[in-house]
Design a protein around this ligand. Structure first.
Ligand code: BGC
Length: 734
């Protein structure tokens, strides 16, 4: 790194001392990027070009020191800047100044249904990345929640391609404003963690184009993403990091992507395909990505010595090399050597406040019987808080998005702070979940060991309920294995660790039981009738406790909406067979085979079309005020609707537009989200929300003709506040 800076300094000194003409074009930040790319490329040897394409450490690649072209530094991840690790090891580097702002996990961001907050999120996480001198942020993730069991749902933006597509675009733009590339991941059809490096996702084209690609496409074509991460799995039996169809034909061909394709860490698996297909940069863990490292491991990467050998003996062509190297140069000129310098900011009050605002805006009030929330506790009253997630520090764990944060306010601390001097807030554990306290050597410092057995824990919680005005149970999942965590999927839809028994016991003690489920994916709620109020919280990051308590107390009026369906039972969902999930072994095939037999019927597209009741529908979320929708007008492709706050508090409603298809030759979902607007209104205030419906919004993907088709006929224009709460209906003709 130092060597590079010195070279760059010499180069720049030459620029400032010499005549203007002597400035090499690639160093002249005022010149158009493409000229700089072409100039730099023309100066590179084959070896230098190849050196651009692979890692030299866990998170960096070498650049070209001779020309002052800097290293490229990547960092996880989607919701905070990962602490520094050692050069070639996942262990912490031991820095004392790398504790970041943890922003809420992306399932929470998606639940805000708020594009402005997504922009703010991207902008601020980009600032943190830039401050830490990172060029590529390994996020956001936009894989679709195909199964509630996917261990990484918390890192993604829900089950709907339109919602994920709308939310990812501002995030990407915000990050990139800072001269930091967003690396959108994990491309593509990477919807489970079970056998993630050995399963081929076999998807028909219609399903691929309608469900699994749109959010990536939006990130590229509307967000202008500068990087994409190839996923670990295979698509149609070719590894995705060098999948010809996904990378060359679709991403770079159909969408005109001019950025870099970065492998997931160790996701490149084949010398020839890595050389010939769309992979541009190879990063990873060990040489083959998976098991071990020889002494010169980085030189053994597929895009290192094996590639050079292929170039030298003619098995790989120079034009492809030039394309890959040009993309990396473009990345460098967009980021570290951008025309405008950026400096970033780290752990500042603005970032903390945004983290809090986003976490609160994403919190979803699922049920509020008799208006039990917001909390109304008499002076001198008592709140009993039960549950491990009221105290457990959650930014640590979960896989590569594991963070070391400056601080993390948990819900119990925030409740105690909010009710100091007003009410007693006592805590009982209720159950034992995960007592782990460190991940990748980031240590929470929290001792959660417990000696009481399950019965005693419940009995103690029940005893503590005596005289409580409210009982707030805060549980759900966590980020340990088989919960919401990279590398493993969940094994059940139910709340783990016997939490249901705790909820049932508490229900006997009060008529004001609030259950807060903290998770990044849907959790079954067969205990729903036990609770007067249910809140869906998330991994809220640094300010998670404050944000949750803002909603519980009413300091913030809830406006979050579910980005996925919460089914009644796992077996109600579309994945019925092992072929569909988690995949099967087949004779003669080296990898597990998984078939997306359910087609486009994922999430509410499945439940609504098949008329299967759910616990809480996609798009659902309550407020402490009420809203009415009226005056639907459909004129040609213009749709307008009035939304009014009919209650007594300021609040925000998300007006959702779904299109019901005209009859056509393929089976289509009963309805699909094609528009939404989040509107904040004072009591009594109303606003008109307008949408324009395009041909794309009416279309399905016709695989035989490889075209989007809007069949002629009558389409339903459905306006509502959840996929199961359509309030107004109109029609339009195509
Ligand atoms: C994950 C990526 C992550 C990378 C680097 C991989 O295991 O799948 O999401 O960015 O590691 O940490």
């Amino acid at each position: 790194m130092r060597k590079i800076l010195i070279c760059a300094a010499i180069a720049f000194a030459a620029v400032s001392c010499g005549t203007r003409q002597s400035v090499p074009v690639y160093l002249d930040r005022t010149k158009p990027i493409e000229e700089r790319v072409a100039d730099a490329l023309s100066r590179l040897s084959t070896e230098e070009k190849v050196a651009l394409l692979h890692a030299q450490s866990k998170f960096s690649s070498a650049g070209v020191p001779r020309l002052g072209i800097p290293e490229v530094w990547c960092t996880d991840g989607p919701h905070g800047i990962r602490p520094e690790v050692l050069w070639d090891d996942w262990d912490q580097a031991g820095w004392t100044n790398d504790s970041c702002t943890a922003f809420p996990a992306l399932s929470c961001l998606a639940a805000t249904w708020d594009r402005d907050l997504s922009l703010l999120y991207g902008r601020y996480i980009g600032e943190e990345a830039r401050y830490r001198k990172k060029d590529v942020l390994l996020g956001p993730g936009v894989n679709i929640c195909r199964t509630p069991l996917n261990g990484r749902n918390f890192e993604y933006m829900g089950e709907d391609p339109f919602l994920a597509g709308e939310m990812v675009v501002p995030y990407v733009r915000g990050v990139q404003e800072n001269g930091v590339a967003a690396c959108v991941k994990h491309y593509a059809v990477n919807n489970q963690e079970v056998r993630r490096t050995g399963t081929s996702s076999n998807v028909d084209d219609r399903t691929l184009y309608e469900i699994y690609l749109p959010a990536f496409k939006a990130a590229v074509t509307k967000g202008g993403a500068w990087a994409i991460m190839g996923s670990y799995n295979l698509y149609n039996n070719q590894f995705n990091c060098h999948n010809h169809r996904l990378l060359d034909e679709i991403l770079k061909g159909e969408w005109g992507f001019d950025g870099v394709v970065i492998s997931d860490w160790g996701g490149a698996r084949d010398d020839d395909e890595a050389a010939a297909n769309g992979l541009d940069m190879e990063y990873g863990t060990w040489t083959n990505g998976l098991s071990g490292a020889p002494s010169d491991s980085y030189n053994s990467y597929h895009l290192a010595r094996p590639y050079l050998e292929r170039l030298r003996d003619g098995r790989a062509d120079m034009a492809t090399l030039d394309d890959k190297a040009s993309r990396v140069l473009r990345l460098i000129f967009r980021t570290n050597m951008a025309s405008e310098p950026h400096y970033g900011r780290f752990t500042c009050p603005e970032h903390y406040q945004a983290a809090r605002d986003i976490a609160a805006a994403g919190t979803v009030l699922l049920k509020n019987e008799g208006g039990v929330l917001p909390l109304d506790v008499p002076q001198g009253g008592k709140i009993l808080v039960v549950g491990e997630n009221a105290v457990k520090k959650m930014v640590v764990g979960g896989g590569s998005s594991n963070l070391k944060t400056r601080y993390e306010i948990n819900p119990l601390e925030a409740l105690q702070e909010a009710f100091a001097g007003k009410a007693e807030v006592v805590w009982e554990r209720g159950y034992v979940g995960d007592i782990g306290r460190s991940y990748n050597r980031v240590d929470t410092g929290q001792d959660l060991s417990e000696s009481r057995d399950a019965q005693t824990l419940i009995a103690d919680a029940v005893a503590a309920a005596e005289g409580a005005d409210y009982i707030i149970f805060i549980g759900g999942l966590n980020k340990s294995n088989n919960q919401d965590s990279e590398g493993t999927d969940r094994i059940q839809l139910d709340m783990p660790y016997g939490q249901q028994a705790v909820i049932e016991a508490l229900a006997q003690c009060t008529d004001k039981l609030v259950v807060v489920n903290i998770s990044g994916s849907p959790v079954a709620m067969p205990w729903e009738a036990c609770a007067q109020a249910i809140v869906q919280g998330w991994y809220g990051g640094t300010e998670s406790g404050h944000a949750l308590v803002d909603v519980l107390t009413g300091a913030v009026n809830p406006s979050g909406k579910l980005p996925f369906t919460i089914p009644l039972r796992l077996e109600d969902g579309p994945l019925k067979t092992e072929r569909q999930y988690p995949g099967v072994q087949e004779d003669g095939k080296p990898y597990y085979q998984e078939y997306y037999d359910e087609g486009v019927f994922v999430g509410y597209r499945w439940y609504d079309t098949k008329e299967i009741p759910v616990q809480f529908a996609f798009g659902h979320g309550l407020s402490y005020t009420t809203f009415s929708l009226s005056d639907l007008k459909v004129s040609g492709r213009k749709v307008s609707v009035r939304v009014q706050n009919t209650g007594s508090r300021e609040g925000a409603e998300v007006v959702q537009l779904y299109i019901a298809p005209a009859s056509c030759e393929v089976e289509r979902p009963a309805k699909e989200l094609k528009g939404f607007e989040k509107v904040t209104l004072k009591p009594g205030e109303s606003k008109v929300v307008r949408f324009t419906v395009s041909d794309d919004d009416l279309s399905y993907f016709d695989a035989p003709s490889h075209k989007w088709v809007a069949a002629p006929g009558e389409y339903g224009v459905l306006i509502g506040t959840a996929s199961d709460n359509i309030v107004l209906q109109g029609t339009l003709r195509k």
